[in-house]
Design a binder for this molecule. Structure first.
Ligand SMILES: *Cc1c(COP(=O)(O)O)cnc(C)c1O
Length: 234
């Protein structure tokens, strides 16, 4: 084992312990929560280390980096989650390698995603990213307005290569994530009423995965707690 794999193994064990104790505290089965290891800015060699350690799901947020890493690691049989802001002109390309696109926040993305999924003859799982920002956050907000989720869900359901699986959210900066995730739980309850099969919830990162598990997250997206602090953006 290399020094790097020892380090990642220790961090991963810590994160798994955190997930397990958050589940115990919430009265949930730890088997209900999937760890998505966020590998952005880290090399493909780290993805291999994670796969060796039993990680099955990885997340990336930038198209070019994700595309290259997914190709380099194609032999590992991992489930690739695209979790970043998505430009319409990149949607088709992302859908050729991503198994799950978590950041679908507007209907304009659907045509491209459907085309890319069709090109690779596979089905892409879709999570709708819902904004937890205050309504006055303006252009800075990422994610769909909760009021727009039903229309967005309809657009995804009309695309036969896309499968509506649930919701994704990021806790806004400058607010206690527990408070933001309480709002998310309300949004999700309403959403599930109309879309009972779309029951996945991706929420929680290194700093707030415990709060997310408390409100029912089925997927936590954890980067720095597993791999260490990211190198600064180039
Ligand atoms: C980078 C990123 C994460 C992981 O963040 P950490 O704080 O490093 O765990 C989770 N979700 C999204 C959308 C991200 O871009």
């Amino acid at each position: 084992m290399s020094e790097r794999s020892d380090e990642v193994a220790a961090r991963l064990a810590d994160v798994r312990r955190r997930i397990a104790s958050a589940c115990v505290a919430a009265g949930r089965d730890p088997g209900e929560v999937t760890l998505v290891a966020v590998t952005k800015f880290f090399p493909a060699s780290d993805v291999r280390i994670l796969a060796d350690l039993g990680v099955t799901d990885v997340g990336e947020n930038r198209h070019q980096e994700a595309e290259a890493k997914a190709a380099e690691c194609a032999d590992l049989g991992l489930t690739w989650h695209f979790i970043g802001g998505l430009q319409s002109n990149k949607a088709a390309a992302v859908a050729t390698y991503a198994d799950v696109v978590e950041s679908v926040d507007r209907a304009k993305l659907v045509t491209g995603l459907q085309r890319g999924a069709h090109e690779r003859s596979h089905t892409v799982d879709v999570l709708l990213q819902v904004s937890l920002d205050p309504p006055d956050a303006g252009a800075a907000r990422s994610g769909a307005d909760p009021a727009d989720l039903d229309a967005l869900a309809g657009a995804v359901q009309a695309a036969d290569r896309l499968r509506l699986r649930g919701l994704m959210a990021v806790a806004p900066l400058g607010e206690d994530p527990a408070t933001a995730f309480d709002r998310l739980a309300v949004v999700r309850r309403r959403f599930l009423h109309d879309h009972p099969g779309a029951d996945l919830l991706s929420a929680g990162m290194s700093g707030d995965l415990d709060d997310a598990i408390r409100v029912g997250a089925t997927h936590v997206r954890v980067g720095s707690a597993v791999l260490g602090s990211r190198p600064p953006v180039k």
